[in-house]
Design a protein around this ligand. Structure first.
Ligand code: GDP
Ligand code: IMO
Ligand code: MG
Length: 423
């Protein structure tokens, strides 16, 4: 058996949560491999909307087990809230959620460091979700971090205190006034750790590899998107983990040869939340319409998402880096009723037409060159069969498939589980 991956090909919020939930029926195990509660994955079924930040999107299914892998960073305070929000659904969470001992912990002081680091950047700020992601991964790679497995040791509070004391000194480095009540933050943190400890801690790499040997099917759930990858994204306006396919190997302990299908998920247009370059961004009525119809507000921070046309140059880049074998097009319903649809098929880069994603994609270096498509007027939200989709949408999909050389296997036409067309 192989591990299949599902990951975002754009700047996040492509609809990963929805599709993982839909696909979980076919899997024994769902595993998050990177990122932390900067993620907000939305699921909708039976008239309810759920937003998950740390817990994998397979949690609502009866049979599947869910793993928070070693590559994830966990904030016990946010995790406790997620567990509490799920309590009313009687999911028997400790029987089907497992946490890697090697996952790193986000401390309250990591959040403070994130806040002062962003504030000190002024206009150059990244637009971080301020969940402490950057500082926690810095401690991980700097070999100073605290891991979930440390909580099983009797002296974990001393380790915590030493690291927090260092962070407090680091706060002084920044010329930013930050108000906080450490005692209050620590009380909240300690209470949350009690809840975290009610979930089994495991050696997840061992767990996952034995599951593979026992022919169990595994789906790895990505967070963020390829253009937010620490290496291949629009640095420095990125997150601090490898969001691309390779991140699943290091974030779960799965060998590259064990990766099977790579499901690449993208919106029929593009969105981005936070700062950083976005060549196809729209500042006109079309962009406003996408934001309104697509209800484009961040699932974690509530911030409005910037909207623009599909960028096929960037999509092709993401397909290549990830080795995507199948594509899933989300939010096709949002484009109904536009005069024309556009997709960027090359860039004018410093006066020259190019078809790859260059090192600099800021507006002064890159102007998108668009190909236009006919749009459709039909409401797609009740369509269940690919063949009955409007011809204009089918041509748009065909063009995308030819451009990136990967087939589109799922078309999503609404936020609900049921609004998913399999091909
Ligand atoms: P994720 O972070 O990739 O899981 O995506 P988010 O949950 O942050 O954002 C996707 C948003 O689009 C959520 O509000 C979903 O409910 C919604 N959504 C997902 N698929 C569709 C779709 O096909 N059509 C529409 N209209 N909304 C969708
Ligand atoms: P999901 O999994 C969209 C963005 C932030 C910011 C940058 C760095 O829901 O798709 P960080 O908190 O990591 O320091 O923020 O990355 N970002 C996301 N944008 N979806 C996400 O996750 C994101 N996670 C982080 O807005 O620009
Ligand atoms: Mg999201």
């Amino acid at each position: 058996m192989n591990v299949n991956l599902l990951l975002g090909l754009q700047w996040g919020d492509e609809g990963k949560g929805k599709i993982v939930d839909v696909l979980t029926a076919n899997y024994d195990l769902i595993a998050r491999f990177q990122g932390g509660p900067n993620a907000g994955h939305t699921l909708m079924f039976d008239g309810h909307k759920h937003v998950l930040h740390t817990i994998p999107s397979g949690i609502f299914h009866k049979k599947a087990k869910n793993i928070v892998g070693n590559g994830v960073v966990i904030d016990p305070v946010i995790f406790k809230k997620e567990i509490e929000d799920l309590a009313k659904f009687n999911l028997d969470i400790p029987s089907k959620l497992f946490i890697s001992r090697k996952a790193h912990l986000i401390l309250p002081t990591h959040r403070l460091l994130d806040a002062v680091s962003e504030a000190s950047k002024g206009k150059a700020k990244i637009g971080s979700t301020l969940k402490g992601i950057g500082p926690t991964y810095m401690d991980k790679t700097g070999r100073n971090g605290m891991r979930v497995g440390d909580l099983e040791l009797s002296d974990w509070k001393e380790k915590y205190k030493a690291l927090a004391a260092k962070h407090l000194k680091m706060l002084d480095f920044f010329d930013v006034d930050v108000q906080f009540d450490l005692e209050e933050l620590e009380t909240e943190f300690y209470e949350a750790i009690k809840v975290l400890k009610t979930i089994p801690f495991i050696d997840s790499e061992e767990f996952i590899n034995s599951a593979l040997k026992n022919n169990q099917s595994i789906l790895a759930e990505g967070a963020q998107g390829s253009l937010l990858d620490i290496d291949f994204g629009t640095y420095p306006f990125v997150t601090s983990s490898n969001t691309t396919a390779a991140g699943a190997c290091t974030g779960l302990g799965v060998a590259p040869g064990k990766i099977g299908e790579v499901f690449g998920i993208f919106k029929a247009y593009t969105t981005r939340v936070g700062s950083g370059p976005f060549p196809t961004e729209l500042f006109d009525e079309d962009g406003a319409k996408m934001a309104k119809v697509g209800n484009e507000f961040g699932a974690t921070t509530g911030r409005p998402r910037r909207c623009g046309w599909l960028d096929l140059v960037a999509l092709k880049y993401a397909v290549q880096i990830n080795g995507a074998t199948q594509l899933m097009m989300m939010k096709a319903d949002v484009l109904s009723g536009f005069d024309k649809i556009k997709a960027c098929t090359s860039y004018n880069y410093k006066g020259k037409e190019i078809t790859h994603l260059p090192y600099n994609i800021e507006a002064h270096n890159v102007t998108p060159i668009f190909t236009e498509f006919e749009c459709w007027n039909e409401d797609l939200t009740s369509i269940t069969d690919f063949d009955t989709l409007p011809i204009q949408l089918k041509s748009y999909i065909k063009f995308i498939e030819n451009f990136v050389e990967v087939p589109v296997k799922i078309v999503s036409v609404g936020p609900d589980r049921k609004q998913t067309i399999m091909r």
